[in-house]
Structure formats: C-alpha cells, structure tokens
Design a protein around this ligand. Structure first.
Ligand code: CP
Length: 308
C-alpha cells in the first residue's frame, strides 16, 4: 500500500481499519520470510532512551533479516544526550546518517517532535505513557492469529491502565472491530477519562471494575499489564498497588473461564502473571513477543517502500 511509504508511525490513531488489516496481512506474508535483501542499502537508526528487550531487538532483527543495517544506542548515557544535547538536535543530526529512525523515549510527544524535525520516517517505539503503536500491530496480529478474528470479541484489560501505553493504543485499535471491553484496575490506575470517552464515542461498550471476579467467564482475551514502577512520581503510591494482581492457573480455574480464553501480555512481567500459566493453552504472551519479527518486518518494508 503506497500510503505507508515514507510515513511516520507515531500513533495508532493515524491508521484506519483498512490500513491496520493491510499490515496484519503483510505480517502474515512475512512469517518465514528470512534472508532476503529487500532492504539492502537501507539503514535503521535505533534510538532507545528507555530500556527495552523486545521492541529494540525485534526491530533490529527484522531490519537485519531483510538485508538492512542498524546503527544506534540502547543507553542514552553513551550518546551526547549525556552532555546536554536536546532530542531535537540529536534527531536532526542522526537524520543524515540513516533512512529510518525507531525512537523510544520517556517523554510523551517525543516521537511527534522527532518526526517534525526529521526528514526520514520516524517510528514510535513507545513515548512515555502515551502510545506504542508497533506493539499494537503485533497485539492485533496475535489476537487475530489465536482467536481467528478481531470482530465481536470481549477483551479484559488488566493492571496499570493509567500509564499503560500498550493498553491505550490497543483499546483504540480494537474500537474498529466491534469489541466489548472490560477495564480491570485499582481505582488509582484506571483508564484515562479521555480514552474512555473516545471509546464510548466510537460506540464501544466499556465496563470498569477492580476485579476479575464475576466477569472472567465473559472474556475471550485478557490483556494483562505490569504495574509500572518507573511511571510513578511518588513511590508511596506505587507501594499501595504493588502486587495487587497475581494471575495464576489456580485462580483462573477457581473463577472459571471460557475454554478458549487467551492471555496476552506485552511483557516484561514482574509478579502480575504467575509462571503456572506458562504451559497452559491460555498463554500466548511468548508467542506474542515472537510476532514482533514479522510485524516489524512488515512495517519496515512498507515504510521504506520495499513492498507496496
Ligand atoms: N513490549 C515491550 O515494549 O517490551 P520491551 O520494553 O522489552 O521493548
């Protein structure tokens, strides 16, 4: 689809349903599509101002597997940021060294700022608590692959819904697919009001609750998230909600679920999802992380114009 060529990927809100489905179909095509040279001669700058395992390494792996090359840093302390260089100046310089930038930064709006000053396309790999659009593409891909459809399913989002950028992005994307949504969180970590209002305007049936009790049998998907210590300004507030959810096989058996429930998690997990779930048919989170490769291949190839 020519519409992706040289396009910034900043927010999932910028993509319509047809475009989301195009990337999911292209991702399917990219499964097992290794060792080609469609991105030969192209260079990715991978700029990570916050820690990452999955996003950074799957982008870099995808670029390498399509024949491209990668420069960048995983630790901003090793860049001139440590000497006080602004993000805007860094991006203006790096723009001249590469064909595409993948940026993770702790400030909301940083990817938009980078895209405004860069001549090359910028992909948002997570900007503070705001958006993580490429995670959303792979979450949608995983749900469609494991449930067979995105239409008409009931999804429970569990955990840190206030700061959870993956939740904000995914809930919006699923609003294209007549999804019913349950938002399960402690009262201090509820889904932001503006996100809920937007979903309701888009005719999504939304429910808020603090527990899975009484709703577990309704869910086709549980999207579990970590309570993110690093996003709390006050450590006392974090201590109030630390360990509030500990999803386990025994707990799900006791509460009862649909047989074909699937549990996703963007990872990393801390203590909110017990290892007893790992061997069950519910658990798709490791598979989900692996889907980062075909999905990011699809995004890089289409933005760099190697596939139309
Ligand atoms: N899901 C995700 O963004 O993981 P990383 O923080 O390891 O990139």
């Amino acid at each position: 689809m020519a519409r992706f060529k040289q396009r910034d990927i900043i927010s999932i809100r910028h993509f319509n349903k047809e475009e989301l489905l195009y990337i999911l179909d292209l991702s399917k095509h990219m499964e097992g599509y290794n060792h080609t040279d469609i991105l030969k001669g192209k260079m990715l700058a991978s700029l990570f101002f916050e820690p990452s395992t999955r996003t950074r390494l799957s982008f870099e792996s995808a670029m390498n597997r399509l024949g491209g090359t990668v420069i960048g840093f995983a630790e901003p302390g090793a860049s001139s940021t440590a000497k006080g260089e602004s993000l805007s100046d860094s991006v203006k310089i790096i723009d001249g060294y590469c064909d595409i930038i993948v940026l993770r930064h702790y400030l909301e709006g940083s990817a938009r700022l980078a895209a405004d000053v860069a001549g090359v396309p910028v992909i948002n790999a997570g900007d503070g608590a705001n958006q993580h659009p490429t995670q959303t593409f792979l979450d949608l891909y995983t749900i469609r692959k494991t449930k067979g459809t995105l239409e008409g399913i009931t999804v429970g989002f569990l955990g840190d819904l206030k700061y959870g950028r993956t939740v904000h992005s995914l809930a919006y994307a699923l609003s294209h697919f007549s999804t019913e949504m349950y938002f399960i969180s402690p009262s201090g970590l509820r889904m932001p009001k503006d996100c809920l209002e937007e979903l309701r305007q888009r005719k999504v049936t939304c429910h808020e609750t603090e527990s899975l009790l009484g709703i577990s049998k309704k869910l086709d998907v549980i999207y579990c998230t970590r309570i993110q210590k690093e996003r709390f300004a006050d450590p006392v507030e974090f201590e109030k909600v630390r360990g509030v959810y500990r999803l386990s096989k025994a707990q799900l058996e006791e509460m009862g679920t649909k047989d074909d429930l699937k549990i996703l998690h963007p990872l990393p997990r801390v203590d909110e999802m017990d290892e007893s779930l790992d061997g069950t048919d519910f658990a798709v989170y490791f598979h989900q992380a692996r889907n980062g490769i075909p999905v990011r291949k699809a995004l890089l190839a289409s933005v760099l114009g190697a596939i139309e």
